[in-house]
Design a protein around this ligand. Sequence first.
Ligand code: NAD
Ligand code: ZN
Length: 347
Amino acid sequence: MGQLGPLATGLTGRAVIVTDTNVAPLYADAAVAALAGAGVAADVIDLPAGEASKCLTVYGEVMDRLLALKPAIDRGCLIVALGGGVVGDLAGFVAATALRGLDFINVPTTLLAAVDSSVGGKTGLDAAAGKNLIGAFHQPRAVLIDAATLGTLPAAELGNGLAECVKHGVIRDASLLDLIESSAAAIESADADVLADLIARNVAIKAAVVAADERESGQRAHLNFGHTIGHAIEAAGGFGGLSHGQAVSLGMVAAFSIAVGRKLVSQSDADRVRGILAALSLPVSFADTPSLPGEARQAGHLQEIMAHDKKARGGVVRFILPTSLGSVDIFDDVTADEVAAAVAALG
Ligand code: NAD
Ligand code: ZN
């Protein structure tokens, strides 16, 4: 956290830290102190923890609190997003839109935010019509990741990030899978050194994919591996269903089973990835998710949700399937029967 000061050096305006009610008591004082050490005064705005805050109402409240600060903020003001993906997305969107654009620094404090949401410049909010439908691309001036902050993260939240790490290995780098496989126990116990290494490897992968395709016209779609069926399971699960990482874990297992059926990868590759997910305490079959409602296990219901997904173009559901460990391709011709078989294979 101490490095936040040097990153803000030379700032002409003041800093405003946007955080949530879980993270504020843990890390807001350290962030304020780091900025003060660089001669930068900081205010703190906190919002209720949780996805429900990523909405127009809370956005409006944060914006009003920001614009009511005395003395008034100007274009030299720096927004610091201190928290998980919810805070990063919302504070980034505030930064993109307040006074037509302020600088911001993202300080992710969840593994998911560190390896996924803080890289790529997407900011935004959920709408009544669906998640992430309001937003802007707004790149932060810097992303500061302090792996020590992950020590306080609940295990389930760590799992959300780990699912994305496995995804990155599958789509780009088999040696990342080796690393995760050999250090699963240290990762699960949030060993800061191991996590720092893991995060650096994952940020490099996500950054390279995004840099090659910032506006999502081509290979950025590879990041959707495991998310086609995964999102449908997450949505069908409804309130009290699965976390994003759990749903994506099942989605990756299902995508592997379609790929094995097409002889794109071997059964032993699929088994290996399944074993890595299981070692990270992520679900690999419906037997691992007893609370998931029955309809979230039905292929027909999941397919209906997939066809209405914003990523489905003209009703065509796009699948990202592995072609080896470390590479994937885009497939627009996956049939309903293949999806049904893959969902059935989840148990
Ligand atoms: P989150 O921000 O809700 O954080 C999860 C929980 O952990 C919250 O309760 C939070 O208060 C708590 N928390 C955060 N840091 C903590 C810490 N160090 N110690 C203890 N508790 C801590 O959720 P998330 O999983 O970080 O992010 C999910 C969001 O990210 C979703 O809204 C999703 O849409 C978004 N997302 C965005 C992108 C993007 O490209 N912008 C990509 C992926 C996901
Ligand atoms: Zn995801």
